[in-house]
Design a binder for this molecule. Structure first.
Ligand SMILES: *Cc1c(COP(=O)(O)O)cnc(C)c1O
Length: 354
């Protein structure tokens, strides 16, 4: 036995559960295999065993890569020359990278001025054609669907079923890492594809006897963009968590079903709660993006409401990396100090005593 196992990406690691054949050209950047990080801080606060599934460590910095490797591989298999997507940022970053790897043309439609700089940079460096619209994500998705209907271009938003197929792997990895399914699964919800995918993943592992239980699914929207909580679309969704700034989720019904069937819920957290959660995990070494922090904010809200039992095993998904939006992170942090390049001056600043 060599002892070494190099992660091959989700299509090869979970080949027997994926919609691929020997003829499928696998387009991969070795996505998935992301860390499950035990959080001492959150465990202590809640009296539970809390783990953070850090999907910000995917190749393009978000979980979108799990679905994109499948969607782009299948598009290539079908002979597509070009792909299109609407995006709040991370889908376009991922689509651009995988299309680049596959040698395909990529078009992305984004709401003007509403996507984080890092995400825009990614789409541009990977060579995507970026179209900004004076409109929100929901309008960008309608436009992208119309293009895919009328022209020879493959839509790679999460309405593309291959995206959801790939995103199921997040659930399988968590089960494989823990040796069982968690008691409670907490995650942010935007267009609602990911919660749909996670629930399917957990259900399949359970149905096949790989795991002996199903988690309670707890989804969190931002309070200013919470259509699933309100029960109707939101015309002008507002939140600092741009990745979940969505007013009319494409996977509405499956997300609501996932919450109901699992005995869970879809609720909302305020931007204030999101920022507090963001700071808390950042202080403890994990730099996730604002939308991701909605899961931790949700856990803290559940704890405060007395709705989680001590001793439970809980996973919060952190969907994207904090470096996507450094401007925002810096704006809320303390200014660095400037001193002469002197040992004792530096020691004084650090509060060190000889
Ligand atoms: C896309 C995204 C979400 C929302 O996922 P949905 O599948 O749209 O619910 C949350 N966080 C981040 C970082 C994302 O990129």
């Amino acid at each position: 036995m060599s002892g070494a196992h190099l992660w091959r990406g989700i299509l090869e690691e979970y080949a027997d559960r994926m919609p691929v054949t020997a003829d499928t050209p696998v387009v991969t950047l070795r996505e998935g295999g992301t860390p499950l990080i035990h959080s001492e801080e959150l465990s202590e606060r809640t009296g539970c065993e809390v783990h953070l599934k850090f999907d910000g460590s995917n190749p393009t910095g978000s979980f979108k890569d799990r679905g994109m490797t499948v969607a782009i591989s299948k598009a290539k298999e079908a002979g597509a020359q070009a792909v299109i997507c609407a995006s709040t940022g991370n889908t376009s970053a991922s689509a651009a990278a995988y299309a680049g790897k596959a040698g395909m043309t990529c078009g992305v439609v984004v709401p003007k001025g509403k996507i984080a700089l890092g995400k825009l940079a990614q789409a541009l460096v990977h060579g995507a054609k970026v179209i900004q619209i004076d409109g929100n994500f929901d309008e960008a998705l309608i436009l992208s669907r119309e293009l895919a209907d009328a022209y020879p271009v493959e839509l790679v938003n999460s309405v593309n079923p291959y995206r959801i197929d790939g995103q199921r792997t997040g659930a399988w990895e968590i089960c494989d890492q823990l040796g069982s399914a968690p008691d409670v699964h907490v995650m942010p919800v935007g267009n609602a594809g990911n919660i749909t995918a996670y629930w399917r993943g957990y259900q399949e592992y359970s149905a096949d006897g790989v795991t002996d239980r199903l988690p309670v699914m707890r989804g969190y929207q931002a309070a200013g963009a919470a259509p699933l909580v309100l029960g109707h679309p939101v015309e002008q969704p507002q939140t600092i968590a741009t990745a979940i700034r969505i007013g009319n989720p494409a996977s509405w019904q499956p997300a609501v079903d996932a919450a109901a069937e699992s005995g869970g819920s879809i609720r909302s957290v305020t931007d204030r709660e999101i920022i507090a959660a963001f700071r808390l995990i950042a202080r403890h070494g994990v730099f996730a993006e604002m939308a991701s922090a909605a899961s931790v904010a949700g856990l803290l809200q559940l704890h405060e409401a007395g709705e989680i039992e001590p001793g439970q095993r809980i996973v919060c998904v952190l969907t994207g990396h904090g470096l996507k939006d450094p401007e925002w992170a810096i704006s809320g942090a303390a200014e660095p100090v400037t001193i002469p390049a002197d040992r004792d001056a530096a020691a004084r600043e650090l509060g060190l005593e000889a």
